[in-house]
Structures are given as structure tokens and as C-alpha cells.
Design a binder for this molecule. Structure first.
Ligand code: NAI
Ligand code: MG
Length: 366
């Protein structure tokens, strides 16, 4: 049966970058026989304008049914004064929560042509392609007890790092499954030297590996040392598995290894559905960029690369995902640049659509 894809363009530059992805999806249909049963719907401010809520129940139900969700971006200054529960971001949070997307995948991929954007030396990052898997629904951001309490005449701020075996088990499996679609290598990061949750994390990850993924090359590293190694020699890693807090920090560090926000895709995965595919939502890391919205300036690559991730991780089309990533790489190597990728005054930028045209031409030539 034809796999289903729910497309939620959202607000600001979301619809602009998604329009280019739609053309690319059409290319794969026409030229590679890859067709999807596509539904498009509203999220964020666009949903609020139409329905008075940032995510309608019907849209939520469609997301639960879809084989994958592809989202643009949400938000905008015109929604800043809305009630907290009606803000565009709540639409995104509802999707993540109700689909129970516990594994956040953040690739740090450095195309050769953009290596000079990195905060590190070219040799350290050129050709880098690693993936951080961050646990997203538990840990210290959610653990109880939490709060600010009075104690002995002063205030005390409390958060609790708390992980159950089941929570570690499921995110570990997500990382190992991913590793099988990549290079069969996982490095798990925690602080087992000073944290009980770290001891349990290491124990459960190792047990899941030994029982069901002995083919994967698994190593463990303390998260602080991991941060250091990420900046020193990031190419030693392939998949990095870590918790919510460390993943938040490490994925932001990894993002800076590669440069522009306009290039960074992401995915959030949940439990496997009946057809074996994980619940999944793919989205660029960037937001709705109101400062450039409506001007045809947005870089569509982050959203295009998010679709490539969907091809690889939801639809088992790793070769086609690589075809698309190589097309993006070729276009960058040819010097095609949206404004966010300009390095000097002399360069002339291409538009959102111009970047889409160039990627399609590169696909034609592939
Ligand atoms: P942003 O990511 O929208 O923009 C930050 C800067 O990067 C801006 O100067 C923007 O022009 C530039 N930029 C971002 N994406 C780009 C692209 N594809 N091509 C070229 N330049 C790009 O973050 P900001 O400004 O903090 O937030 C703007 C709105 O987006 C807010 O309403 C915020 O709440 C929302 N937001 C939504 C997210 C989501 O939908 N996942 C994530 C982050 C922010
Ligand atoms: Mg963060």
C-alpha cells in the first residue's frame, strides 16, 4: 500500500520551504516511482487563524494515522500576545506529546562546501556525518519532585533526574535500529561516575545491546568527555545516544560544528506502529523566521534534508535519501547560496525557489 505522509507547512517561512519540498516529492514520484498518499493540514498560527486552536483534533488524529509527519515551522510576532495554551508552539508540543515522540534525532552533517562556516577547523568537520539521539520525554526536565521551596530561611531550586528502565530501553532500541540503517556504531553518553540514573542508563543500554543488537559496535563515554571529543575529533562518532539534558547541550554543540540554521534537519521518533514503522515527525531545526518571511529568501535545505531523513528512517529508502542529500551537496559545491549561506558581500544570493530549482536539476542529473 502507498505510504501516507501528513504535511504541516505551518507559519512564516514554513510554507515557503515546504513548497520546494513538495516539488521534490513530486520529482521522486515521477522519476523514481516513489509515491505517497499526501494530506496537507494546518498547524500553529495558521491553525489558530482557521480554527481558534494551534492544532485541531482532526489534525491530531491524522498525525496519529500517518506513516510520517513533515512539519515546516510555527510561530510569529502576531501570536505573541495569545494565551499560553493557544500559542503556535503548543501545536507542536501537542504533536510531540500525544504521538509520544521520545527519540529526537539531530544529525550534524557538514557538507564540504560549507566547512568554512564551522566554528572548528575545516579538516575536523569537512564530510562530518553523525547523529545525536536525544531522549526527549523524560529525565530532569520532567522528573518529580521539582519546584522552588523554602528551606532553612532560603529558597531551594529542585529538579529530579529520573529514568525508568522502560524509558531507557525504548530510546536505546531506537538508536540501535538507526545504527543498523547507518554504520552499525553507537556511543552512549551519561555520567555513570556521579549519577545513579547514569549507572542505570549504562546498564540498560548494554543489556539491550547484548540481548538484541550484538551486531552493533557499542561504546560508552562520560557525557563531559563526550562534549570534549565532539569538538576535538567529531568524526570518531556515528550515532550518539544520550539523555534529555545532555542531549540538549550536545546537540547544540554539534549543530555549531556544521554552520547555518538553514541547513539543519531533525526527526522525532516514537514507538513502532502496527506496520513496523516508528511514529515519526520530521522538521527543520529552524523556526518561522518572521524577519525574512514572505520575501523568497528562506533556505529550503533544512526542510529538504528533513524529507531525506523521512525517506531513510520511515520509508526504508536509504538509497533515495542519499540521492537527495548528494543533490543538495552538489548544489552547494556549485556555489548556489541562499542569503543565510553568503560569506562575502560580492556573492549574489539565490531565492528559495532558485535553490529548489537547483536541487531538482541536480536530481535530474543524478
Ligand atoms: P528562527 O529559527 O525562526 O530564526 C533565527 C534566525 O535565523 C533569523 O534571522 C532567521 O531569518 C534565520 N533563519 C532561520 N531559518 C532560516 C532559513 N531556513 N533560511 C534562512 N535564514 C533562516 O528563530 P527565532 O527568530 O528565534 O524565532 C522566530 C519564530 O519561530 C518564533 O515565533 C519562534 O517561537 C518560532 N520557532 C519555531 C520553531 C519550530 O517551529 N520548530 C523553532 C524555533 C523557533
Ligand atoms: Mg536547546
Amino acid at each position: 500500500t502507498t505510504p501516507s505522509l501528513l504535511i504541516l507547512p505551518g507559519d512564516g517561512i514554513g510554507p515557503e520551504v515546504m513548497a520546494e519540498v513538495r516539488r521534490i516529492i513530486d520529482w521522486f514520484g515521477a522519476r523514481r516511482g516513489l509515491t505517497f498518499d499526501i494530506t496537507e493540514d494546518l498547524v500553529g498560527g495558521a491553525a489558530y487563524d482557521a480554527h481558534g486552536v494551534p492544532l485541531a483534533d482532526a489534525t491530531m488524529a491524522r498525525a496519529q494515522q500517518a506513516d510520517a509527519v513533515l512539519l515546516g515551522a510555527v510561530g510569529g510576532p502576531q501570536y505573541d500576545t495569545l494565551d499560553f495554551s493557544l500559542k503556535p508552539e503548543r501545536g507542536l508540543l501537542r504533536l510531540r506529546k500525544e504521538m509520544d515522540l521520545f527519540a529526537n534525532l539531530r544529525p550534524a552533517q557538514c557538507f564540504d562546501a560549507l566547512a568554512d562556516f564551522s566554528s572548528l577547523k575545516r579538516d575536523v568537520v569537512a564530510g562530518l556525518d553523525i547523529m545525536i539521539v536525544r531522549e526527549l520525554t523524560s529525565g530532569v526536565y520532567f522528573g518529580q519532585p521539582r519546584g522552588i521551596v523554602e528551606e532553612g530561611g532560603q529558597r531551594v531550586g529542585i529538579n529530579t533526574q529520573r529514568y525508568t528502565e522502560a524509558e531507557i530501553d525504548r530510546v536505546a532500541r531506537a538508536a540501535f535500529e538507526l545504527a543498523r540503517k547507518r554504520n552499525g556504531k553507537v556511543c552512549s553518553m551519561e555520567k555513570a561516575n556521579v549519577m545513579e540514573s547514569g549507572i542505570l542508563w549504562r546498564d540498560v543500554v548494554q543489556a539491550v545491546h547484548d540481548a538484541d543488537y550484538p551486531d552493533i559496535d557499542l561504546s560508552h563515554m562520560y557525557a563531559d568527555a563526550g562534549g570534549m571529543q565532539l569538538c576535538r575529533w567529531p568524526k570518531q562518532f556515528d550515532v550518539i545516544l544520550t539523555d534529555n539534558l545532555f542531549g540538549d547541550l550536545l546537540s547544540d554543540v554539534a549543530a555549531m560544528l556544521t554552520g547555518s540554521l538553514g541547513m539543519l534537519p531533525s526527526a522525532s521518533l516514537g514507538a513502532p506502529m502496527e506496520n513496523g514503522r516508528p511514529k515519526a515527525m520530521y522538521e527543520p531545526v529552524h523556526g518561522s523566521a518572521p524577519d525574512i518571511a514572505g520575501q523568497g529568501k528562506a533556505n529550503p535545505c533544512a526542510c529538504v534534508l528533513s524529507f531525506a531523513m523521512a525517506l531513510r528512517y520511515s520509508f526504508d529508502q536509504g538509497a533515495e535519501a542519499s540521492r537527495l542529500e548528494k543533490a543538495v551537496e552538489k548544489v552547494l559545491a556549485e556555489g548556489v547560496r541562499t542569503v543565510d549561506l553568503m560569506q562575502s558581500e560580492g556573492e549574489s544570493p539565490t531565492s528559495t525557489q532558485g535553490m529548489g530549482d537547483a536541487i531538482l536539476a541536480a536530481l535530474d542529473a543524478s
